[in-house]
Design a protein around this ligand. Sequence first.
Ligand SMILES: Nc1ncnc2c1ncn2[C@@H]1O[C@H](COP(=O)(O)OP(=O)(O)OP(=O)(O)O)[C@@H](O)[C@H]1O
Ligand SMILES: [Mg+2]
Length: 251
Amino acid sequence: MPLICCVSPKGGVGKSTMAANLASALASDATLRVVAVDLDPQNMLRLHLGVPLHQVRGFAQMLDQPHLWHQVGQRTVDGVTVLPYGAMDMGASVNISARLEQAPALLAEPLRILAADPATMVIVDTEPGPSAALRAILPHADVLLTVLAADAASAALFADIESGRAYGHGLPAAQYFIINQFDPMTRLGPRIARSLAAQMGPRLLGMVHRDEYVPEALAAQQSVAAYAPRAQASHDIAGICRKLLMALGRR
Ligand SMILES: Nc1ncnc2c1ncn2[C@@H]1O[C@H](COP(=O)(O)OP(=O)(O)OP(=O)(O)O)[C@@H](O)[C@H]1O
Ligand SMILES: [Mg+2]
């Protein structure tokens, strides 16, 4: 099944939030096995999915031994299997990056094999902007899911995303977008969102409102849907999940 890659040239827009919450929403379909993989040395994805802070093991600590990665995979209450990056100091994560530059297959091959299982959907969270990990998996990604905010910085980056310059060559066939942290009460938000939406067309899977329940859910280490099922953001994310499944031909 598809390898879905949550990306953005912009930091802090909500990549990890979207990757985690979409993984949880997708896992509510009992016929799917959902694996959420964290390629960001910040190692935050696990926290969105309820893995305790003190659990710091991850696949990057055993990059050469993919047959052991299952040992660090964590099954969440939502039924997602999270593969954390693992806690590392800066030197170690820079070394991982350098190794992936030299040998991208160390990462790409295990993820490709995982996604080749017809019952498994793999959703990957990435660090902002270019990275060796993103470059390694891009040729194998089936869906590139770019998260942007409805702000001037995101709008300014859109041309580079559209042209492929932001991600380099080897773009997968399917590129979709999410506009996150949309606030209809601001002067600029709706104007920028309208302009981005017009440029994205049907590739826009949806907008997620800025919603206090989202950071609260992270603090509570739950998905937004579990923490606040009636929240606007829960509604928005459920809609995006439905559209994503339709785009993947699953509905
Ligand atoms: N729709 C939203 N409404 C309110 N807060 C949000 C929303 N989406 C994300 N946030 C908050 O914004 C912060 C950044 O989100 P997140 O960590 O998911 O961004 P990111 O793109 O993964 O960041 P980074 O580039 O550092 O990896 C978090 O505190 C998160 O709870
Ligand atoms: Mg992140």
